[in-house]
Design a protein around this ligand. Structure first.
Ligand code: FAD
Length: 459
């Protein structure tokens, strides 16, 4: 008899669980199916570097088919679960649905950005969670520099050269640090913009940043950022966003055309359709063996699960935890099938690094703290050991090495993947590479239009 094992989600948790199961279960007695909505694993810790152009965007993803050898990859989403018949519903990108029976089901759909009802947020802010977000932001920052250099209007320059990030977790803090470092280097090519000066702001509701890591290292990262002139506003919230401004809780109205929303994550909403017990935040309730409470043969891990943290509470939503939970869930599925013994998740965290720009980072291993190039190099070595797949490791090292002697690449290639309409009118309107009308990012819209947008917000 062959056991059917279905894994929902191919990120750090799900893909690594599949790889471990491939090692631990005999081929002839197990069938592994991984359902994921894209055919690659996004290595998020390096996403800020893709945004800053230090790494090629494609080099921060690993094709799942390269690292999975006998797992059947199904592109689609798991959006239904029948506990009685022990089957899940898989919806493919073509819209077709399929019932797949399982003996063991592993839930690892990760998380999404946490949304709050801030007026104007959906219309005028961007997130930072996907490859598309990273590519968009890079092009947007270059475009703001180009426009700020071209205009003679000082208040427009204020809007263009002010960048606000809301939420000081890994995603927000690292993305802000990398992009500010990129823009500071790029400024030498934009003399008028440089004369005006930039403003980078991090807004954080709590009294500290980086809740995922220990406070000492988080404070160390803030000290680095403030020494670079970044304005870190703790205990502050975003109250409203328009196309040209952001209002924060101290009453300040800040002119800006860049608001990046990185205010934490929430468990993937698909979990609500999967008939599993959820805690008050929407995470799947599991025990320290990663078994779902009260359900035989159903397991959960990663950002989607409330995994008891040996250090107290539940594990923070980090790749470090997800990667270390994967072999535990694989081991326990194997044990349930009769191979080996089950074990508990015991990882408490040791080393942590925070990337703050090209050759800049802070880090901590045990009690030792590092900063600057040394921390950056240690962080790179750590990421090299973690990026799945040898080809991706080599490509990333080549990118880092190649960027050493060269200045930053400033090409604004926002039209990639958005071909214009095949029509002579497009050329008649001037240029040949611009996206079709109506698709320009906020920074590129003309001022009157932006004013109208913010006017309609107010009304
Ligand atoms: C910019 C950024 C930087 C970060 N930096 C760090 C860092 O430096 N260190 C660190 O430890 N952590 C970091 N993190 C956090 C880390 O990315 C997450 O903790 C980690 O990705 C969680 O892994 P996961 O497998 O649970 O979820 P994910 O990696 O999000 O994977 C979930 C996968 O499941 C798919 N999926 C969703 N719903 C379904 C469904 N219904 N059916 C099938 N598939 C589905 C998703 O599309 C996705 O591919 C960072 C996060 C971001 C956004």
């Amino acid at each position: 008899m062959a056991w059917n094992i279905v894994i929902a989600g191919g990120g750090f948790a799900g893909a690594n669980a599949a790889r471990e199961l491939e090692k631990q279960l005999p081929r002839q007695s197990s069938r592994l199916i991984l359902v994921n909505d894209v055919n690659f694993l996004l290595y998020t810790p390096l996403l800020p570097e893709a945004a800053a152009g230090t790494l090629e965007p494609r080099h921060v993803v690993t094709p799942l088919r390269d690292i999975l050898h006998r797992t059947n990859l199904r592109l689609g989403v798991v959006d239904g679960h029948d506990r009685d018949s022990r089957s899940v519903t898989v919806r493919s990108h073509t819209g077709e649905t399929d019932q797949i029976a399982y003996d063991h089901l592993i839930l690892a759909p990760g998380s999404i950005s946490r949304f709050l009802p801030v007026p104007g947020l959906t219309e005028h802010a961007v997130g930072f969670k996907s490859l598309a977000d990273a590519i968009y932001l890079r092009n947007h920052v270059i475009e703001t520099l180009e426009m700020a250099n071209a205009t003679e209007d000082s208040s427009l320059r204020d809007e263009l050269l002010t960048y606000m990030f809301v939420g000081g977790g890994y995603a927000g803090l690292e993305a802000l640090a990398e992009l500010q470092d990129f823009a500071a280097d790029a400024m030498q090519h934009y003399p008028k913009a440089r004369l005006h000066g930039m403003r980078w702001i991090l807004v954080e509701a709590a009294d500290r940043v980086l809740p995922e890591i220990d406070r000492e290292l988080a404070d160390y990262a803030v000290a680095e950022l403030t020494s670079r002139g970044i304005d870190v506003k703790m205990g502050t919230t975003l109250e409203e966003v328009t196309a040209t401004s952001a209002r924060i809780s101290n009453g300040e109205e800040i002119p800006t055309r860049t608001v990046v929303w990185t205010a934490g994550v929430a468990p993937h909403p698909a979990l609500r359709n999967l008939a599993v017990p959820l805690d008050e935040r929407g995470k799947v309730i599991v025990d320290s063996r990663l078994a779902v409470e009260g359900m035989e043969g159903v397991w959960a891990l990663g950002d989607a699960a409330a995994v008891p943290n040996p250090a107290g509470g539940v594990c923070p939503p980090t790749a470090q935890h997800a990667v270390r939970q994967a072999p535990v869930v694989a081991n326990n599925v194997a044990a349930a099938i009769g191979i080996g013994h089950s074990r508990e998740f015991t990882y408490e965290g040791g080393a942590a690094f925070v990337n703050l720009g090209r050759y800049k980072a802070v880090g901590k291993i045990g009690d030792r703290k590092f900063s600057g190039f040394k921390a950056w190099w240690l962080a790179r070595s750590y990421h090299m050991s973690q990026i799945p797949g040898l080809p991706r490791k080599i490509r990333a090292v080549i990118d880092w090495t190649a960027s050493l002697p060269f200045s930053r690449d400033l090409s604004e290639v926002g039209s990639i993947g958005r071909p214009g309409v095949l029509s002579p009118d497009r050329y008649a309107r001037g240029g040949s590479h611009r996206p079709v009308e109506g698709e320009l990012p906020a920074a590129g819209r003309d001022r009157d239009q932006a004013g109208k947008d913010s006017g309609s917000e107010d009304s």
